[in-house]
Ligand binder design. Structure first.
Ligand SMILES: Cc1cc2nc3c(=O)[nH]c(=O)nc-3n(C[C@H](O)[C@H](O)[C@H](O)COP(=O)(O)OP(=O)(O)OC[C@H]3O[C@@H](n4cnc5c(N)ncnc54)[C@H](O)[C@@H]3O)c2cc1C
Length: 337
């Protein structure tokens, strides 16, 4: 057991690492424990992350952020936090998969989500080459006027297809054998926009020369596409949040206030695990807010902010704004990215 940390950050994606950079620069003792399964590591080249004119590779971005955090004294360990509980006297106790025990005054959960990926061979490689994509908000610009299929069913998939329709008219919705789960009105809308729907199972996908050549259906019919988008949704990594009873939505995404506080005192959250838009810039912004709120919470506890005095972005004194929950929510018809 190490001494009590100022903050334990669970997750070392863009959210967790941004929080680590801020807290290390606030001269806090901070430890990031990361299973190293960031969604960011799947990004071949992000073209919408501000500041990188020619785009940036996801692993490269994570490496830069890790170096930046460590340069200021943040500790980053590869591992998994298996359990989290609130201590009677304030703060948290956590255990790692190797039996290690940690205590911390505060926790930032930046555990992210997992993509429900289609069962296709060489998936990581296909994502790296842009043959399979998961996030039209991120990269639909790269498929302008291409032949695109969206894998999914139900209203989420329909929302994604309609979003991509702004980039290409050559669109097919593939349900991989699952019933479409759409109303007659929704189906009519798709047909009116010239979007084909295929409810048959896919037998296999062939690829040649860096592009998907064919999707072969069970019936033997062969379809050609440049890119497949997966719209199968995501699974929130909310086990730790559940263990401490943090409030979440029906998808397991955390509800936070405008200071990125969860419903559990001392526990903050940032990134995809928070209900709202799944984007690097959102994860970073929430992490900056959460880290600053953590710092102010500890300063107030240490008597470094006089009672009844506002600190910049201080969650303790601006209670009136705290009723504004989920500052980063989005309309439901927007793909969740
Ligand atoms: C193919 C692809 C392309 C994308 N392209 C873009 C893009 O161009 N632009 C953009 O803005 N966004 C893009 N995104 C989305 C972006 O990757 C995410 O929004 C971003 O990574 C979220 O950061 P995060 O820190 O919340 O979560 P993550 O990056 O997923 O990191 C969470 C980390 O927490 C760890 N973790 C979880 N539970 C535990 C635990 N119990 N103990 C220890 N560690 C734990 C995980 O292993 C992981 O390393 C893309 C996503 C994908 C999959």
């Amino acid at each position: 057991m190490t001494g009590k940390l100022d903050c334990l950050i669970v997750g070392g994606g863009p959210g967790g690492l941004t929080a680590a950079i801020y807290l290390a620069r606030f001269r806090r003792t901070v430890l990031v424990v990361d299973e190293a399964k960031s969604r960011c590591a799947w990004i071949p080249t992000s073209h919408n992350h501000a500041g990188f004119m020619n785009g940036i590779n996801g692993l490269d971005l994570l490496d830069r952020m890790r170096c930046q955090a460590e340069q200021y004294g943040a500790r980053i360990e590869t591992g998994s936090i298996q359990s989290l509980r609130c201590l009677d006297e304030a703060g948290f106790a956590a255990t790692t998969e190797s039996g290690g025990k940690l205590t911390a005054e505060t926790v930032i959960l930046a555990t992210g989500v997992i993509d429900d990926q289609p069962r296709l061979p060489n998936l990581f490689d296909a994502v790296q080459r842009g043959l399979i994509r998961v996030c039209p908000i991120c990269d639909a610009f790269e498929v302008i006027d291409k032949k695109v299929a969206v894998i999914g069913h139900g209203r989420d998939a329909m929302g994604e297809v309609l979003f991509i329709r702004g980039y290409t008219a050559d669109l097919t919705l593939l349900t991989l054998g699952t019933p479409m789960n759409l109303t007659a009105e929704d189906r009519a809308k798709l047909s009116e926009l010239g979007i084909r729907t295929v409810e048959e199972q896919v037998e296999r996908v062939t690829e040649e020369g860096g592009r998907i050549t064919k999707v072969i259906l069970k019936s033997g019919e062969e379809l050609d596409f440049d890119t497949l988008y997966s719209a199968l949704g995501t699974l929130a990594r909310c086990t730790l949040a559940s263990q401490i009873g943090a409030r979440m939505d029906d998808q397991g995404r955390l509800i936070v206030d405008s200071h990125c506080r969860t419903s559990v005192a001392g526990c903050f959250a940032a990134g995809d695990i928070v209900a709202g838009l799944n984007q690097i810039s959102v994860a970073m912004g929430q992490a900056a807010i959460a880290a600053t709120a953590v710092h102010n919470l500890l300063r107030r506890r240490d008597g470094m902010i006089p009672p009844d005095t506002d600190a910049p972005a201080d969650p303790e004194t601006k209670r009136s704004s705290d009723t504004t929950l989920a500052a980063c929510t989005q309309p439901p018809e927007t793909p969740e990215a």
